[in-house]
Every structure is written in C-alpha cells, then in structure tokens.
Design a binder for this molecule. Sequence first.
Ligand SMILES: [Zn+2]
Length: 277
Amino acid sequence: VEAAKLGAVGVIIRSVTHALDNNPHTGATRYDSTVTKIPAMAMSTMDAEWLSALLKKEKGVQLFMKQDCKQYPDVPSYNVIGELRGTEFPNEIITAGGHLDSWDLAEGAHDDGTGCMQSIEVIRSLKAMGIKPRRTIRAVMFMNEENGLRGGNAYAEAAKKATNEKHIFAVESDAGGFGAVTLGISGKPEQLEKAKSWAGLVRPYGVYQITDGGGGADIGPLRPLGTVMCGVNPGSQRYFDHHHAPNDTFETVHKRELEQGALSMAAICWLVSEYGL
Ligand SMILES: [Zn+2]
C-alpha cells in the first residue's frame, strides 16, 4: 500500500523467514479503496541476497515481473465437524480446531494439516481410553481461514443462533505442528487462575506453562459469546521457515511432536469437560 501510494508499479519483498533457501513465501495483500492495486510478489531469501548484491554492484538494474495468479469466484465449501457428546452437560460445548484450507504452493502440512489431525486426535485418543466426557467435545476443521475466515465466522454465527448450546471453551492449533511448549489462555481472571492450576498436568506432553493470552483466528469469532480461548503454542522459531512456502510438507512434521501437541489439547479439553471453567 505504501509503495502504491508513492507511485510504484509493483512490489517485491524478501520472504520473511530466518532460513536462507530458495523458497518464496506467499500470502495476501490488502488495499484500502483509495489506493490503486499493484502487483506484489515475494522472493526467496537467496534470490533476495543475490538481487541485493547486484543492486549494490551495478547501476540501472532492470527487473522483469511476470505473474499468472488469479482470483477465482467463490464456491461453496464446508467446515467438517465431529463430536463426543457430553454425558452430563451435553449442551456445554468445547471446541478443538484447526483449518482445512491451505495456500496452493505447498501441501499445507503445518498450516494447518497438523492442526486438523490434532483436533481429530483429541476425539480419537479420548475414545481409545474409553473416556466419556461430561461436556461435549467437538473437533472442528474450519474452512477458509487463509482467505477470509468464513468457516470461523459461520461456526460462531451458528453458535450464536443455537439457543441450546453454550460454548464454554475453544482451543486452536494453527502455529505449526512442532512440539507445543505453552498453552495460552484468554478469559476472566478466575478462569485463567483455574486453568493455570492444571499446568502440572500438561507437563508430560512437553507443555511447561499455561500462560495469559491465547486463542486463534478460527475460534476468535466465538470470543464475544464469552467462550474461553486457548492457543497451542509450539516454539515459534521454525514455523516461519515453512509458513506459506513450498517446504510446508508432510516430511517436515515430527510424529512425536505432533502427538504431544495433540495430547496437550486432549488433556485441556478433558480437564475443562470434567471440571468446567
Ligand atoms: Zn494457518
């Protein structure tokens, strides 16, 4: 937007990652109505280093931009939902979620295939242990997180209209399938205090702390309903080496780290189901 205001014909940014590699990272551009849209591209860090060196060495460098990306019309799509019904308070809903959509240049393994798998694993693991939760626990694979949050908004809209549902808690995994180190929670002070008292119970999954503040894009629209928000937070150093890039692939997911994150979600969902918040 700033470049367009200054009369630029296009913009190329260096991909925002610590990694020095050949993977450009994609993303979205946003304009306000006063600005004429210009083409935007990202280049890999290695190409950016090369271009930077060239610009320092030579005068009058010319750069040719060609893009073939398109915005297609919207088509119908859906959230995918499964649940374990609560035995005592079936109308009190606990949501565990990730998002189904991903950018087109990669598999979207960490963003957010892992969040979807972990949400399913919450239900599967509780079932495998023969646990019947007191409150309803739902795994939700949200659609359209990357391109407008329509799935998250539609889920919250439906929750608002459902007079027989009380959405007490939602946890989201959308920060990569790396080993979870904290669970971040947003809610009233007394809710936070209660959640923090469970910190020792999630330590076996590598989660060393339950911290103030957390949530996620897809569960965010539930917040005005008073739903307590929780985000699964892996160490953030590696995620942006893969985020929206061609190397966001299945092979880069570590099975044990993925499982630990999933079970930290299962544990917090079960604790909320058992003891309320
Ligand atoms: Zn994501």
